[in-house]
Ligand binder design. Structure first.
Ligand code: SF4
Ligand code: SF4
Ligand code: SF4
Ligand code: FES
Length: 814
């Protein structure tokens, strides 16, 4: 039987009581005794390799390693005896014999654990014959400087890289040549590194450091402030390490947590030289620097003039999906109360708006959180959710490490397919059908009638519709067979196991999302069993706030006149969005903007859209404002201002324009208002009853189209087309990520195309040139483009959810 009684032991004369399983190093830390350690890292499995944490236990002849040895009742431990200090000094002196003596100029000086222990133990650097390894340095990427010469082989980076799901770091070579390397010892940017930076965070020396930090501040000069990442709906917490008002580096608030590359390194744009600091006003056809009062007057007067001449319906606003609830709230009040227009829009129309709205209506329970994913026994992942919101993958890995089963529905033979217990192969257009087949299989296997979904009022309708729909064959030669479906249902149909269904709202169709929710309901998983990932940081918040209480929003649809370009909007206010770069059909937008009487753009940079404006106002980042987001999990996530805005800041700009339009209360926009809390709680607790969605045949019958279908699939972790990311160093990763078309080796061979060749791609929407990348993970017949890439916007033409569309490829002959 497992021992549960508390354990009392003595460490350095202090009596301590701990729970069974606690190691000596943890017990000591609990009472403030810091046992020297290098390979041990709280949150990572101990390996006991460095031997620095040795301690003496009375009655034992040899020292033991405190990071591995569990506390047992009555033991008396000495952590700092002369014998122990001598043994530790020996360990440190051995390490120093192979370590560069660059402490004077080393960025890690002051926080390096080797330096600290060498000092505390009085270690001599030349006690042993000094022999430097002279490993080559890996400095070919914008984010991580890897110098194995500083490495003490503690293995923390290896363990965390595996924990976070990349698993590219490992020990290579033997004996004195041992070092930490990547597969085939390639540089990080050619090795499949996700640039999550977790390894940098746990490294005790300067073997791994953030490039952007170099020479910009020692740790003791930095202050730390917690904020939230604004690049996707996971809303990961980020600790900013600041020198003055500059973000020098970032970390996770809790050690061994996760940030993806964007959350870790995507902040340099804030101090980029191209950042706008002063407003611009168009004079005689040219944008010239103006003072704030002049620009704000021009913005307010210009919009008022359009409204005065053409009526309120002639004015509109477009808002980015990364702004806070408070800024969105102020913006919609400015447009509605200040200018009398309801023409408000976002990019969500082609980024999952319908699914986002549907989920609010059809999933009655609280949404799952990332922690629910990590703690699940069964995970059903559909499509590219884990790529659109990278925080998902480490949580999936954690669940798998605890014995969870993974069912993956998708067409890509990548990490998910490789880790899956069952891979239900499905081309994107067939995903809904696969899920309905899974539901039918669940019902067929449920001989005892135990499935809770059978008790829902609409079960009969649902079953009838399901049976009718499934009489139509789904011609997908790559699709799952009966045994795959039964295997998936064996895992998912085990009602004793906690299951979470994961999909990206902007990566699947409405029918697929409903079919996924049906599976949760059928098996009685009505609470915290659905995680609708979103690529946009505050999609749920923007939708809710723009909806102005009609949660989820009625506005923000691609069907609005503004988006469809039907209404002749003559005055437009664009906040934190760049339609000319990031919306499909940019030429139409350019044409439409050319017809405007007046355009105001509020952005951090002079984007292509801003370059057309009559007034450009320098925008701020959410970390310069404070406020709140609504996360993918439906939670209201608050954050404080971390640094001041370089200019006036979004809330103040909106307040100033509001004041000019006669609405003085906009000045309070930075206070999280009761209204935002009310809207958010509406979003988190929809309160409807669980109901099964009856499928219709027309929803998902797949036409067997020969040839190649193009899909917008988050094939990379770093969408380099974001103006902020480009200016944060991500553009340098472009050769790695590519703005091209990925093809399966089979299709490439059939077309006589090799990696890197430029092709002309023809879709029903457009014809563009693109470079080909061969992707071994792809099934034949499917080609990929990164959803944010210009080539995707052109070829897919805004079709949603980003394909599939048939394409033809031909090699350019130049
Ligand atoms: S950055 Fe992340 S993925 Fe890359 S080596 Fe470090 S831990 Fe691994
Ligand atoms: S690179 Fe850093 S974390 Fe990795 S083994 Fe070396 S010293 Fe340890
Ligand atoms: S997963 Fe999303 S929220 Fe988390 S760090 Fe990455 S982009 Fe930011
Ligand atoms: S810290 Fe315990 S052996 Fe390294």
């Amino acid at each position: 039987m497992k021992e549960t009684a508390p354990i009392t032991l003595t460490i350095d004369g202090r009596e301590i009581t701990v729970t069974p399983g606690t190691t000596i190093i943890e017990a000591a830390a609990a009472v403030g005794i810091d046992i020297p350690h290098l390979c041990y890292c709280p949150g990572l499995k101990s390996t006991g390799s460095c031997r620095l944490c040795i301690v003496e236990i009375e009655g034992l002849r040899s020292p033991v390693v405190a990071c591995k040895r569990k506390a047992t009742p009555g033991i008396v431990v000495h952590t700092d005896s002369p014998t122990i200090r001598e043994a530790r000094r020996f360990v440190v002196e051995l390490l120093l014999s192979r370590h560069p003596r660059e402490c004077l100029a080393c960025d890690k000086s002051g926080t390096c654990q080797l330096q600290r222990y060498a000092y505390e133990l009085g270690a001599r650097a030349d006690h042993f014959l000094v022999e430097y390894p002279n490993h080559p340095v890996d400095d070919g990427n914008p984010f991580i400087l890897r110098d194995p010469n500083y490495c003490v082989l503690c293995g923390r980076c290896v363990r965390i890289c595996h924990l976070q799901g990349a698993g590219i770091l490992d020990f290579i070579d033997r004996g004195l040549k041992t070092k930490v390397g990547t597969p085939w010892d390639r540089p990080l940017d050619q090795s499949g590194c996700d640039f999550c930076g977790s390894c940098v965070e746990v490294c005790p020396t300067a073997a791994l450091i953030e490039r952007q930090q170099r020479g910009r501040g020692r740790e003791w000069e930095l202050r730390r402030s917690t904020s939230v990442c604004g690049y996707c709906g996971a809303a990961c917490a980020v600790d900013m390490h600041l020198k003055g008002d500059e973000i020098v580096r970032t970390s996770t608030p809790q050690q061994v947590d996760y940030l993806c590359a964007r959350g870790r390194f995507g902040w340099a744009h804030l101090s980029h030289p191209e950042r706008l600091t002063m407003p611009l006003v168009r004079e005689n056809g040219t944008l010239v620097t103006a003072d704030w009062a002049e620009a704000l007057d021009a913005a307010a007067n210009g919009l008022t003039a359009v409204r005065g001449q053409w009526g309120p319906g002639s004015v509109g606003g477009i808002i980015g999906t990364g702004v806070s609830n408070e800024v969105a709230h102020a913006f919609q009040r400015l447009m509605r109360a200040g200018l009398g227009t309801d023409n408000l829009d976002t990019s969500l129309g082609f980024k999952g708006l319908d699914v986002l709205r549907d989920i609010h209506e059809i999933y009655s329970g609280k949404r799952a959180t990332l922690e629910d994913i990590a703690g699940a026994d069964v995970l059903l992942v559909i499509g590219d959710a884990a790529r659109r919101s990278p925080a998902i993958w480490p949580k999936v890995k954690q669940a798998l490490a605890s014995g969870a089963s993974l069912i993956y529905v998708g067409f890509y033979h990548g990490r998910l397919a490789k880790a899956a217990s069952v891979w239900l192969r499905s081309r994107p257009e067939a995903a809904e059908a696969v899920l309905h087949h899974m539901a039918a299989t669940l019902l067929r296997l449920d001989e005892g009638g135990r499935l809770p979904g059978r008790r829902y009022g609409d079960f009969r309708n649902y079953r009838t519709a399901l049976q009718r729909a499934l009489t139509k064959p789904v011609p997908d030669p790559e699709g799952p067979d009966e045994s795959d479906l039964i295997a998936a249902c064996t895992f998912f149909g085990d009602l004793s196991r906690k299951a979470v269904v994961i999909f990206a709202v902007d990566g699947i169709t409405r029918g697929t999302a409903s079919a996924a929710v049906n599976l949760a309901y059928l098996t009685g998983r009505t609470e915290r069993a659905v995680y609708p990932a979103v690529s946009a940081a505050n999609a749920a918040g923007i939708l809710t706030v723009l909806g102005n209480g009609k949660a989820p929003a009625e506005s923000g649809s691609r069907g609005t006149p503004l988006f469809a370009g039907k209404t002749l909007v003559r005055g437009l206010y664009v906040l934190a969005e760049d339609p000319l770069s990031t919306f499909p059909d940019s030429e139409r937008w350019r044409e439409m903007m050319g017809k405007l009487d007046f355009l105001v753009v509020q952005d951090m940079f002079l984007t292509p859209t801003a370059a057309l404006a009559d007034v450009v106002l320098p925008a701020s980042s959410h970390v310069e404002e404070g406020g709140s987001f609504i996360s993918a999990a439906g939670q209201l996530v608050r954050f404080d201002r971390v640094i001041p805005p370089v200019g006036m800041g979004n809330p103040e700009i909106l307040a100033q324009i509001g004041a000019r339009l006669g609405i003085p209360r906009l000045r309070d926009v930075n206070d999280p208002t009761a209204e935002i809390e009310r809207l958010a709680s509406n979003c988190t607790a929809p309160g409807s009853k669980p109901a099964l969605f009856a499928p219709s045949v027309s929803h998902f019958v797949v036409e067997d189209t020969p040839g190649i279908s193009l899909v917008g699939y988050a094939s990379c972790f770093h969408p380099v087309h974001d103006a902020k990311l480009r200016r944060s160093g991500f553009a340098e990763l472009e050769p790695y990520d590519g703005d091209g078309i990925a093809l399966s080796p089979e299709d490439a061979e059939a077309l006589g195309i090799v990696e890197g060749v430029e092709v002309v791609a023809l879709s029903p929407h457009s014809q563009v040139s693109a470079r080909v990348k061969i992707d071994n993970g792809l099934l034949p017949g499917v080609a990929l483009v990164s959803p944010d890439a210009p080539v995707a916007l052109a070829l897919l033409g805004g079709s949603w959810p980003l394909g599939p569309v048939p394409i033809q490829l031909s090699v350019t002959t130049t």
